[in-house]
Design a protein. Structure first.
Length: 141
């Protein structure tokens, strides 16, 4: 079940239907970003926080393909670890976008209850054309 939910998430991401991506979260589901820095949130609680976080994503990154997905099943049937790559273009700069992700996803009743995403904030900021802002926010701290 968690693998099917995650693959649906990827299909919706490619379709740029961020509202439907958010609808995959349980009402009280969480999303964590342990490596988040600067103004990026480290934790989102609830479907509506996830929805607000994802709303502008298509204006930042135009994901065109997810060429590599590896799903690792865990000892818990409701949890998978997924490695995937997203390719596309940065909307702001038109530059190519490629980012590798590792996520730990827990699903109950077809909905994501916990999503922990280990993305590289420097690579993400570079890909989104926002590295200067990220560096400025780190220096300001």
């Amino acid at each position: 079940m968690p693998e099917e939910t995650f693959r649906r998430l990827l299909d919706l991401l490619l379709a740029k239907d961020m509202a439907a991506v958010a609808d995959l979260w349980a009402e009280d589901g969480t999303a964590e970003f342990p490596f988040a820095v600067g103004s990026s949130p480290r934790r989102l609680t609830g479907r509506e926080e996830v929805r607000a976080y994802l709303a502008d994503y298509p204006e930042l990154v135009d994901v065109r393909e997810i060429p590599a997905v590896t799903v690792h099943h865990t000892g818990k049937p409701d949890t998978v670890v997924v490695e995937f790559t997203a390719n596309g273009r940065t909307v702001r700069t038109g530059e190519p976008y490629q980012l590798d992700y590792i996520a730990v996803i827990t699903v109950q009743d077809g909905l994501i209850t916990h999503y922990r995403d280990y993305w590289n904030p420097l690579a993400a900021a570079t890909a989104a054309g926002r590295l200067p802002e990220l560096l400025d926010s780190l220096v300001a701290r």
